[in-house]
Design a protein around this ligand. Sequence first.
Ligand code: PHE
Length: 333
Amino acid sequence: MSLLEALDEYQAEALRAIEECQTSQEIEDVRIRFLGKKKGKLKDLQSLLGKASPEERPQFGQRFNTAKEAVETALESRKTAIEKPSGPRDQFDVTLPGTAFELGKPHPVSRTISELKDIAGRLGFSIADGPEVEDDYHNFVALNIPEDHPARDPLDNFYLSVAQAGQGGAWLLRSQTSTVQIRVMENTPPPIRIVSTGRVYRPDTIDATHSCMFHQMEGLFIASNVTMSNLKTVLKMLAVSYLGDDIAIRFRPSFFPFTEPSVEVDIQWGNNWMEVGGAGMVDPNVLRAVGYDPEQVSGFAFGLGIERLCMKRYGISDIRLLTGNDLRFLSQF
Ligand code: PHE
C-alpha cells in the first residue's frame, strides 16, 4: 500500500470512529488513537513520510497535512455537538402552534345506552346482564315460543355449529334480549324491576333501518298487580325523557308468544311512524317456566331497539352509519 493510500485509509477510519463517539471521553480516546503525539496512528505515518523520496515528499507532506486537519476538524465539531447538544430546549420556539391531539368521545350508540340506563334507573329499574351466546331454552322455549314457530327458523337466526352442545339445546347468537328476562327470573324471586341492554343478532337484510347486529334494551317489571297502564306510563316516560316532551308515541296491538296482550311501540318518524320495540304483559306460561305463580304476580316486559332511538335523537337517517366507523360522521356527535 502506498503512503497516499495509507493516508486515505487513516482519514476514513478516523472519521468513522469520530462519528460514533457519544461522550467526551470517547472523543478524547479517539483523539489519542488517531492524533496522539506518542503512539497515535498519525505518528506511524509520519515516520513513513520521513522515508519517502525527495520527489514524492511534497505531495505526501501535503496529503499528510490535509488528513490531519480533516481529523482535527471532525473531532472538534463532534466534540461541540456532544457537549452542547442543540436539544429541544435550545430549539424550542414558543411562538409555534402546539401539537394538537384529538380527544375521542363515546359512540352515539354507547351514549344512547348510558342515557337510557340512566333514565330507567331514575324510574327505579336496576341493571341486569346476560350472555350474547344463548341456548335454545332461554332464547325460545322459556319464552313460550313453540317448536314450530317461524322465529326459530335457521334462516332467521345465527345458530352456532356447536349446536346441541348444552343442556338448554342448540346454541345461537341471541336474537332478542328477552333471554335476560328468563335468566333474571330463574335466579331471583319477585318483585323484579330490571333493564338490560346489549347486542342481538338477526340475519336480516341490511338497509337504512335494519342491521344484522343491533342493540336492545329489555325491561321487566314483576310484582303483584302490575298493569298494562303501568307499562304504557313507563314507556311514555322513557320516550319523553330520552327524546323530548313533544315526541309522539303510539302502541299498536300485536302478538308475541311471551306476552299477552302485546303491543308494538312506534314513534313518529318524519311524516310516518317507526317501530322502536315490542312490549306486553308477561304471559303466564313464561311466569310458570321460571317457577313463578301467575296467580300471585304479574308483570310487563318491553324490548326497545336502541339504534332507532339513537337515530331519532341525533337525526341519523341510516343505521349503517353507526357501524361504518367513519370518523367524518362520528365526530359530529
Ligand atoms: N323480544 C321482542 C323482540 O325482539 C320484543 C319484546 C320484548 C316484546 C319484551 C315483548 C316483550 O322483538
